[in-house]
Design a protein around this ligand. Sequence first.
Ligand SMILES: Cc1cc2nc3c(=O)[nH]c(=O)nc-3n(C[C@H](O)[C@H](O)[C@H](O)COP(=O)(O)OP(=O)(O)OC[C@H]3O[C@@H](n4cnc5c(N)ncnc54)[C@H](O)[C@@H]3O)c2cc1C
Length: 277
Amino acid sequence: MTNSKSFSFEFFPPQTQEGANKLAAARKQLAVLKPAFFSVTFGAGGSTRERTLETVQQIQTDGYEAAPHLSCVGSTRENIRAILHTYKNMGIKRIVALRGDLPSGMATSGEFHYANELVSFIRVETGEHFHIEVAAYPEFHPQAKSPRDDLLNFKRKVMAGANSAITQYFYNADGYFRFVEECRKAGVTLPIVPGIMPIMKFSQLARFSDTCGAEIPRSIRKVLESYGDDIESIQAFGLDVVTQLCERLLAGGAPGLHFYTLNQSAPSLEIWKRLGI
Ligand SMILES: Cc1cc2nc3c(=O)[nH]c(=O)nc-3n(C[C@H](O)[C@H](O)[C@H](O)COP(=O)(O)OP(=O)(O)OC[C@H]3O[C@@H](n4cnc5c(N)ncnc54)[C@H](O)[C@@H]3O)c2cc1C
């Protein structure tokens, strides 16, 4: 299998020292695979934002490329400007630019309302310094007025200066290929890397999927449900399903894979091994 494709892993900033130690160990194991970058998510609150910066610093200190996520929610032009310059001075070259989601109880989204505004701002502030990744939704963003609208909004982010996209996770390869085809027809040519969510716990996955609008196909959901608390069977079936998905995506021309690791290395490592990358 060709290795010219881009493989990357996503982490969230740990809240405790124990979590940080576990993440450092996971990162070390995943680094052996020589990914293009490790990305780190970004929350709405001040303390979680500092933890994103800390995690990014640790990745860099270990000698790997870090890609911090940055979101509009709760942000002002001033603090985004400050963060961008901090990252630029640290030698960070890649940013994942997002709108973010409003946590319950938070009333305002901040000075930027949509990711395309953030992408434009990054370009105005820092020119071509950053490679900008944006989010894409093969099964459509849950708040989109229509699939057509969502595609046009995705195109706005691209026109604003995004270099590549990472998708929300999905388990239906056909939906991804259809989405990429629609993008190409609309003149959107940037690489669209599938986001891959390994299946570890059914209840957690079902909850996530309800919120972010990612569909678990009935043929997968019913089997997972039937295992109840039998975690071993859930994970074994999940590994088969996700490996097959990745195989189809890569064989069908996907430009790489981005793994939502949830700070665990084992599932991604196993999928990687089975793929023979
Ligand atoms: C790869 C990836 C990483 C993520 N990382 C994080 C993270 O670190 N932190 C976090 O909080 N969340 C993260 N998210 C979740 C993301 O923030 C949510 O899905 C959020 O609801 C949308 O973000 P977006 O950047 O896609 O928004 P946008 O592209 O702004 O789209 C949001 C919605 O608004 C519509 N829209 C977009 N632009 C316009 C416009 N100009 N006018 C009218 N409507 C418009 C779109 O159709 C869509 O329905 C991530 C998602 C992905 C796929």
